[in-house]
Design a protein around this ligand. Structure first.
Ligand code: PMV
Length: 332
């Protein structure tokens, strides 16, 4: 095969990855756990062609910015070296979630690119191999290879650092209500953020206690214990943002409306609702709740001043190859 198309979903980290032991290989300082997000897609087509002189990369119907193109080319180089191939590629990729919503798209982008490029290059890889390879493009992409609830184990080296499912999408009908709060401060990308993490005096404390939180999160997910899940998810989010805010230079990802949503969620919980929040490297607030209360809580979120809209995503499936007739290819 020389052409392949793949789709992948983004994911929301319940226990966060922040900081690498090895930036080049993207070996993390700590393990992480996420939920793969249904209904939000990246679709990517890769075509290797001996007549191309250069790799071409189109993202959301525009030629990729130089830094984005370079990152994709580096990933293609990895795939080419595994396949013993040298043909250049045409890469076309698009997301169906709102551009500029500040949702991390590198997880779905590199999971879809890995799957499409490996298939187009004729590599026969296991899901574990794909996760390990996706990790090299973006750490969180290692988790988007799988559906449902996923853990990326910290590992010792390239070989042992990959993600695996904890439970499938049907295990627990949680919903991520993503409160979009418009633009926060100009974001510093996560690649740069990971490199700054070690400058925070709090990072070692966060790392030293990460295994405890991973165990608590794993257990809460397996036992479908929302109260314990919410406690550890919020604690872990606060710890990561404390590290971000105390690194040098400090990174503040929150907007005033992010804080308004966090406060609202806490007050709804005090009044008895099952809801908790987490934020990645951006101002939007991911609010988790059981599916049966998602409509009501979504309405409450929409009414918080500063919230422009609310996206809703349940647990999604794994990254997968698409045939050229699949309706999702219309995105490209
Ligand atoms: O995969 P990256 O390099 O974009 O880093 C992801 C970082 C966070 O989204 C903040 C946390 C996570 O575990 O997804």
């Amino acid at each position: 095969m020389t052409t392949a198309i793949a789709q992948a979903h983004p994911n929301i980290a319940l226990i966060k990855y922040w900081g690498n032991r090895d930036d080049g290989l993207r070996l993390p300082r700590n393990g992480s756990i996420s939920m793969t997000l249904a209904g939000l897609h990246t679709v990517t087509r890769v075509r290797f062609d001996p007549d191309l002189e250069l790799d071409s990369v189109t993202l959301n119907r525009r030629p990729a910015a130089p830094a984005d193109r370079e990152r994709v080319v580096r990933h293609l180089d990895l795939v080419r070296s595994m396949a013993g191939a040298s043909d250049k590629a045409e890469v076309v990729s698009a997301n169906d979630f709102p551009a500029g919503a500040g949702l991390a798209s590198s997880a779905s982008a590199f999971a879809a690119l890995t799957l499409a490029a490996a298939a187009a290059a004729g590599l026969d890889l296991t899901p574990t191999d794909l996760s390990r390879l996706a990790r090299r493009g973006s750490g969180s992409a290692s988790r988007s290879v799988f559906g449902g609830y996923v853990e990326w184990r910290v590992g010792q080296d390239d070989e042992s650092s990959f993600a695996e499912p904890i439970a499938g999408p049907d295990h627990w009908a949680l919903v991520d209500l993503i409160a979009l709060v418009g633009t926060g401060p100009k974001p510093v990308g996560s690649t740069e953020g990971h490199q700054l993490a070690a400058t925070s005096p709090l990072q070692e404390t966060r790392i030293a206690s990460a295994e405890r939180r991973l165990a608590a999160c794993r257990r809460a997910l397996l036992e479908r214990d929302f109260a314990r899940l919410g406690e550890v998810v919020e604690l872990d989010c606060h710890l990561m943002h404390a590290v971000m805010q105390t690194c040098s230079p400090p990174l503040f990802y929150w907007a005033p409306a992010s804080i308004a949503v966090m406060q609202a969620v806490r007050s709804w919980r005090e009044a008895g609702a099952n809801v908790c929040y987490t934020l990645d490297a951006g101002p939007n607030v991911h609010c988790l709740c059981p599916a049966d209360s998602a409509t009501e809580i979504g309405d409450w979120l929409q009414a918080v001043p500063g919230v422009s809209s609310v996206l809703r995503a349940g647990p999604g499936g794994p990254a997968r190859l698409l045939d050229s007739q699949d309706p999702l290819t219309a995105l490209l």
